[in-house]
Design a protein around this ligand. Structure first.
Ligand SMILES: *Cc1c(COP(=O)(O)O)cnc(C)c1O
Length: 407
């Protein structure tokens, strides 16, 4: 029997050209077997079989494309990679076992002993450890600079600088870096601009459109959005991704088919979830600003935010993470957090459930007092990763925190 439509099995890639990120999230990277299942199949297998010894030889020799072993390729993992690459507008994505494995693979495949990295201060804590402790052991040195201080980025560059690495917006103070300016600086100095796009996701920010060379994801956060799996990805042009893929294939921190299937399904709802996160976060930020008991609010969607205009240009939404300083110190921050009942006390972010944390004693607890002061991580700072619950229920829960402070 002939199929009514060939694309029942596979949407032609050319059909995806020009589609919006909302459509790509549900239609790009579709896999469908001849069973014509509507949901995407999952292939939990370590290896693949061949029709003959000759075919096995052709596969291993690279003359015939196809799967060999799931550390190299797996159809479920490839489906997630194709969907994410399409959404980011990058040529190729490679999935990894975690966000940290994505950063490790990027460094190990594209840097060598003697190279130098400039990194924004206040990146994810483990990223800091990776650069300062482990990459340093292999002769790759790193200088840390303020995210928004373009002159500091420029003066930190040495003849050995091969990579500029950053997160924007930053965690937890929501500072926003000028990606186009940093891309220009990187390329003028023969270095790569690597952007950890975890906070915005391709729905809110597409770093390649501003000149970035590689995009990193912790899929653990918004891409899943429901706190189920740990995973990551690197996205970029084929030439660079061939190196990143080569390292992963040899070193092994690849993504499991089950996790890839969860993330692939997660991407389908990412656009509507991100809009809900943004709407709730903006409303809470405005509600918190000027409220009795609140000293200051950090959210790029507020007109009072120093990079508000830049964020408007560079992002299509301001994201789900915000932080604020309470009047007082650690005692007030902890009492506020402990008085909430629905909101989860956890350092994780990007979940449909709202989470609250005290950065100075959790995510940023390992920083020295000087580094904390420099990064603006004070004892009265509270961070929210705003979920998709009804805004009135969130306000009611936060009111419990204010009530505990008598505010
Ligand atoms: C969580 C996180 C990472 C690390 O990702 P894992 O999946 O936990 O390894 C990297 N960057 C940012 C911005 C993160 O929030």
């Amino acid at each position: 029997m002939t199929l009514r439509r060939e694309e029942t099995i596979q949407i032609p890639e050319s059909d995806l050209d020009g589609m919006s990120v909302d459509t790509l999230a549900v239609r790009a990277g579709q896999i469908r077997t001849d069973q014509l299942e509507h949901s995407d199949a999952i292939f939990p297998t370590s290896s693949f079989v061949y029709g003959s010894a000759a075919q096995a030889a052709a596969r291993f020799g690279g003359e015939e494309p196809g799967n060999i072993y799931s550390r190299f390729t797996n159809p479920t993992v490839q489906a997630f990679e194709k969907r994410l690459a399409a959404m980011e507008g990058g040529e190729r994505a490679v999935a990894t076992a975690s966000g940290m494995a994505a950063i490790l693979a990027t460094c190990m495949s594209l840097l060598k002993a003697g190279d130098h990295v400039v990194c924004s201060r206040g990146v994810f804590g483990t990223t800091n450890v990776l650069f300062q402790k482990y990459m340093a052991r292999f002769g790759v040195t790193t200088s840390f600079v303020g995210l928004t201080d373009l002159a500091a980025w420029e003066s930190a560059i040495t003849p050995d600088t091969r990579m500029l690495f950053l997160e924007t917006p930053s965690n937890p103070l929501c500072e926003v870096a000028d990606l186009a300016a940093l891309a220009e600086l990187a390329h003028r100095n023969d270095a790569l601009l690597v952007v950890d796009n975890c906070f915005c996701t391709p729905v809110l920010q597409r770093p390649f459109e501003h000149g970035a060379d590689l995009v990193i994801h912790s899929a653990t956060k918004y891409l899943d959005g429901q706190g189920r799996c740990v995973g990551g990805a690197v996205v970029g042009p084929n030439t660079l991704m061939e190196e990143v893929y080569g390292f992963l294939r040899s070193a092994g921190p690849t993504m499991s088919p089950f996790n890839a299937w969860v993330f692939h399904k997660g991407l389908e709802t990412l656009p509507i979830r991100m809009r809900a996160h943004c709407d709730n976060a903006l409303e809470l930020a405005q509600w918190l600003e000027g409220r009795a008991g609140v000293e200051s609010v950090f959210y790029a969607g507020l007109v009072s935010h120093p990079q508000h205009e830049l964020a408007r240009r560079q992002q299509s939404g301001f994201g789900g993470v915000l932080s604020f300083k309470l009047v007082g110190g650690r005692d007030e921050a902890w009492r506020f957090i402990d008085a909430t009942r629905m909101i989860s006390i956890t350092a994780n972010l990007g979940d449909v459930k709202t989470t609250v944390t005290h950065p100075a004693t959790t995510t940023h607890g390992r920083l020295s007092p000087e580094d904390k002061a420099q990064a603006g991580i004070t004892e009265n700072l509270v961070r929210l990763s705003v979920g998709i619950e009804a805004i009135d229920d969130l306000k009611r829960d936060l009111e419990r925190g204010f009530a505990a402070l008598g505010a």
